[in-house]
Design a protein around this ligand. Sequence first.
Ligand code: ADP
Ligand code: NI
Length: 206
Amino acid sequence: MNKDLVVRKVEEYSKGSVSLFDGGHDWWHLHRVRNIALNIQSAEGYGDGFLIEISALLHDIDDKKFRNGSASCAEEKISSLLKELNVDENIISEVVFINKNISFSSKTQPSCKSTELMIVQDADRLDAIGAIGVARAFNYGGFINNPVYDPSGQFPSTVGHFYDKLLKLKGLINTETGRRLANERHEYLEAFLRQFYIEWEFAMQR
Ligand code: ADP
Ligand code: NI
């Protein structure tokens, strides 16, 4: 197995796989998650770089937000791609495991996370907070036609999503390096919300 060739083929495949996703889940998201994950791996000094890289590139295959309720075929897609590239069976099952368990809504407990899952999950979560996280949230919120904000708190909105998910991510980070990076990004979310409410309140007066 030629690892460089596998990475290039996986990049090509994953680029195609997100072509119909919104701008918050595009190739650049996969590229950022891969690079953030590899940076965490080198800072932490553990984890298999090859497994981290291909799992990061394939982590959003068949994301449930973009398959209109149909069943996930991620396992089949990942297995057939990697088998064709002569990747070992045990690596293929790890990549499938990461794809299945990376999501915020997945209930996997830390005791059954591999180190590579912990690292790729941290990278994915870091890309959902900070300035890029804000941009991605408003992009996806717009994509599904949600309002920016619902002051009654009764209806889904992108500001509401900050409370449902984004502000919780800092507390769910697995690695020390990830936590360090998450702190600054979390503060940015809070600063963004403070300014948002100042401007909103200002506009509610006349
Ligand atoms: P995960 O990949 O961990 O399951 P999500 O798919 O929920 O996480 O989130 C991926 C990206 O989509 C994040 O940037 C997140 O902010 C954004 N996103 C998901 N749901 C919403 C929503 N309802 N409103 C705005 N952004 C959202
Ligand atoms: Ni992702």
